[in-house]
Every structure is written in structure tokens, then in C-alpha cells.
Design a protein around this ligand. Structure first.
Ligand code: 5AD
Ligand code: SF4
Length: 439
């Protein structure tokens, strides 16, 4: 039997595309190889969001080159955003690559593998979804559902609009059908994916128009789905109807990811984020009003071109004021072809590093403080497996998206009640309620 090996970089969208690649390969009769060197087809699903992603990939490609030299019959393929951003240059720089394809071009991989083609080929159109391909899920009780691809925003730092194209939404009935099938297959938690999930549906033709909050309502009605999450929304589209959906729909989790990027209105303008500090904080106030207990998380970039000390102080102020449950923090990385890469006033490396340290310290302090509200409470936890630090305990996730380590007897995929005894910035610890009662 022919075998494959896939290495995935980047975001959840890429993780999901990789599941589709695997599902497709298995439907073609391939099976997964335990290691890259055992595979007939070696694939990389790549990311180009920051420079660090590029350099990691280049190391892996070195190994692929060696394996290809050992056995020229092997197929080496590069898919995803990095492949898209380099297009045909891929073959010049990496002549051992047989096939390169952008995100969304996964079906073309099957075409390539089933054709007699011996010449290298690239597929970089923006079209179609991977949504209709079979997927091989990592966990049977959790699934990603791609509701849209592409992005119509023009954030000046971001390469995604050029790698994933204009936004295209999948019609709601198709999504309901997919979620129904997943629920029948044992899935209890779904995560809706899109580059900008809450602008979902605006591009659909008049008869099919559905807003993001309506979609949440419809999916909440599918039997068997206990939890709905989504990522990533844009603050500009975080309207009251979406926030109400969290309050009113039983399955929509108490967690909102609201990417801030910067707390300075001046920098937000240079980033072309289309909101300023006040409007962002108004959205946070609206969330807190309807959902006082909701977890709020964010993404922040430090060292954007032109960011001065005063701008950075404003970011710290917003972080302090909001009190995020967690935050992903990034050092600005100039990306080819983006507007921000060409801006003057690039921030020196030392300043970026110093700001990052201060930011992380504040994020962690506030997250630790916020997490204390869970101590003494009983939370619903979806069990994912053994704890990473102590395999005699279990690990799961609360509706607030907190990792919970606990003593208990449950099995992966079960929903249990856990009494929380302590909390750090990233994890909660406790014990399963049933066990506590017996003891
Ligand atoms: N440099 C640094 N961080 C970036 N992000 C996107 N583009 C860049 C870049 N050029 C961050 C943003 C985004 C997250 C997914 O990655 O914070 O929300
Ligand atoms: Fe990376 Fe962005 Fe592409 Fe995801 S969409 S793989 S984060 S470049």
C-alpha cells in the first residue's frame, strides 16, 4: 500500500485543510506513514504569517530533498499559504518539489497523484473549498467546520488576503448538513473556521443571505452538538446580534476571541484595522454587559512600524483595562508584498523585545487574576485525554476554553463537571464531581 506523511504549519484553518488532505489521500488508497522517511508522498502544509514560520519550513525541506534524492519515485508536495505566496518560484528554489498548491487547491493534489504527469506542477487559483472532501479528524468528538475562505480586509501587516483570496462563504444549508453528519458521527464540539468568521454570509446571493448570528442559531438547533466555537472574528463585525447569540444559544461557548492588535488609535489606523481604541473598548463593554463571565482573548502585535513608546503604553492600558483571559502576542514581522513591509520607521529589534517582555508580563498577571473567578466553581469540561504533565490525571477544556487538569474517571469525549481548586494564567486544576461525592 502506498503511504503519505503530512507536516502542518500555521493556523487551525491549515490543520483543518490537512485533515482534508489526509482524508482525500486515504480515499485514494494511501495510508499514513509513521515517519517522513517511510512515506511515498511527503507533504508540507505551509504558513507564511511570520518569518519564523518560513525558517522552520526551510529546515524540514532540507530533509525532504535528501529523501527525494535517495528515492526519486517519492513525491514531494508543498501546499498552503507559503507555497501560494511564492507560487512558481517554489520550483526554482526547490527543484526537488513535484507539486505545489495554494490553500483550497487540495483537490488538485488528487488530480496530480492520479495523473501520469512527471513534470512539476503548481496550482494556485483561488477557487473552491476543501469542505466537500472527506476529512480524517484528529479526535472523533471534535471537528472543524470551514464556513468561509479568504478575507476582504486590508490589514496592512497581513499576508492572508494575498494567500487565501477574497472572502467566499459556503451556503448555510450545506453547513447544516455537514454539522448534522458530524453530530451523527459522534462529534460534540465544533469550531467554525474562517479568516473573518463574523462577516460570514455577506457575499451569498440574495436568496441565500444568512448572517453569522443566524448561522449560529441554525447550528445550535442541530441535535447532538453540545458546543459551538468559532475563530477568528474581527472586532468591526462583533455586533450585538452575535453577542446575544452567546447569551441565548445553549451550545455557543462563553469565549470570544477579539483581536486587538494595538491599543493605539494611531497605530490601528496605520494597520488599517477600521476601528479605534474607543470602538474596540465599546465592543468589550457590550460583551461584558450581556456576558459578564465570558472569556475574552486576543492577538497583539508589538513593534509595528511607527509604534512609539506612547503607542505601546496605550496597548498596555487596554490590556490592563480589558483583563484578557489569554493573549497571543507577536513581534511584527514584515511580509513580502504587504503595505506594512514598505512603511518607514521600522522599530529596532531591542525595543521590540523589551516591549514584548513587558506585554507578556502584564498579560499573564491579568490572566492569572481573571482565572481566580473559576476557583470554587463547578465547570463543564469536555475530556480530551490524559494530562500532559501528569498522565495519571485527565485533561479537558472548559466552555471558556481553559485547559483543565483534574482527577477523575471519565473517558475522552465525555462531558463532566469539575470542581476547580486552583487556577494559573493558563490552566485550571480540580477534580471530577462524581469522584468527589463518592470519596
Ligand atoms: N507580523 C506579526 N504578527 C502578525 N499577525 C499577522 N500578521 C503578522 C505580521 N506580519 C498576527 C496577528 C493575527 C495573528 C493570527 O497573527 O496578530 O491576528
Ligand atoms: Fe498561516 Fe495565515 Fe495561512 Fe493560516 S491563513 S496558514 S496563519 S498565513
Amino acid at each position: 500500500m502506498r503511504t503519505y506523511h503530512v507536516t502542518t504549519f500555521g493556523c487551525q484553518m491549515n490543520e483543518h485543510d490537512s485533515e482534508r488532505m489526509k482524508g482525500m489521500l486515504e480515499s485514494l488508497g494511501y495510508s499514513e506513514a509513521p515517519a517522513r522517511e517511510d512515506a511515498d508522498v511527503i507533504l508540507f502544509n505551509t504558513c507564511s504569517i511570520r518569518e519564523s514560520a518560513d525558517s522552520r519550513l526551510v529546515g524540514h525541506l532540507g530533509e525532504a530533498k535528501r529523501l527525494k534524492a535517495e528515492d526519486p519515485e517519492r513525491v514531494v508536495g508543498i501546499g498552503g499559504c507559503w507555497a501560494q505566496s511564492l507560487k512558481d518560484e517554489v520550483f526554482e528554489r526547490f527543484p526537488f518539489v513535484d507539486v505545489a498548491f495554494g490553500p483550497g487547491q487540495v483537490p488538485k493534489l488528487a488530480e496530480f497523484l492520479t495523473s501520469d504527469s512527471i513534470t512539476a506542477q503548481g496550482f494556485f487559483e483561488f477557487e473552491g473549498f476543501t469542505g466537500h472532501l472527506p476529512a480524517r479528524r484528529e479526535r472523533e468528538f471534535q471537528a472543524w467546520v470551514q464556513i468561509s475562505v479568504g478575507c476582504n480586509c486590508r490589514c496592512s501587516y497581513c499576508i492572508v488576503p494575498s494567500t487565501r483570496g477574497r472572502e467566499v462563504s459556503r451556503p448555510a444549508p450545506e453547513l447544516v448538513e455537514e454539522v448534522r453528519r458530524l453530530a451523527d458521527d459522534g462529534v460534540r464540539e465544533i469550531t467554525l473556521l474562517g479568516q473573518n468568521v463574523n462577516s460570514y454570509g455577506r457575499d451569498l446571493p440574495p436568496g441565500q443571505k444568512t448572517s453569522f448570528s443566524e448561522l449560529l442559531g441554525t447550528l445550535d438547533g442541530v441535535d447532538g452538538v453540545d458546543r459551538i466555537r468559532y475563530t477568528s472574528p474581527h472586532p468591526k463585525d462583533m455586533r450585538e446580534d452575535v453577542i446575544r447569540a452567546h447569551a441565548e444559544l445553549a451550545s455557543v461557548c462563553e469565549h470570544i476571541h477579539l483581536p486587538l492588535q494595538s491599543g493605539s488609535s494611531r497605530i490601528l489606523k496605520r494597520m488599517r484595522r477600521t476601528y479605534n481604541r474607543e470602538r474596540y473598548l465599546d465592543r468589550v463593554a457590550m460583551i461584558r454587559e450581556h456576558l459578564p463571565d465570558c472569556a475574552i482573548t486576543t492577538d497583539i502585535i508589538v513593534g509595528f512600524p511607527g509604534e512609539g513608546d506612547a503607542d505601546f503604553e496605550e496597548t498596555l492600558e487596554v490590556v490592563d483595562e480589558v483583563g484578557y483571559d489569554s493573549a497571543f502576542t507577536f513581534v511584527f514581522s514584515p511580509r513580502r508584498g504587504t503595505e506594512a513591509a514598505g512603511l518607514g520607521e521600522q522599530v529596532p529589534h531591542a525595543a521590540k523585545r523589551e516591549r514584548m517582555e513587558r506585554l507578556v508580563e502584564l498579560v499573564q498577571r491579568r490572566a492569572t487574576e481573571r482565572a481566580q473567578r473559576f476557583v470554587g466553581r463547578e465547570l463543564e469540561v469536555l475530556v480530551e485525554g490524559p494530562s500532559r504533565t501528569d498522565p495519571s490525571r485527565l485533561r479537558g477544556r472548559s466552555r471558556h476554553n481553559k485547559t483543565v487538569n483534574f482527577d477523575g474517571a471519565a473517558v475522552p469525549g465525555e462531558l463532566v463537571q469539575v470542581r476547580v481548586g486552583s487556577a494559573t494564567s493558563t490552566t485550571l486544576a480540580g477534580e471530577e464531581r462524581l469522584l468527589a461525592r463518592v470519596a
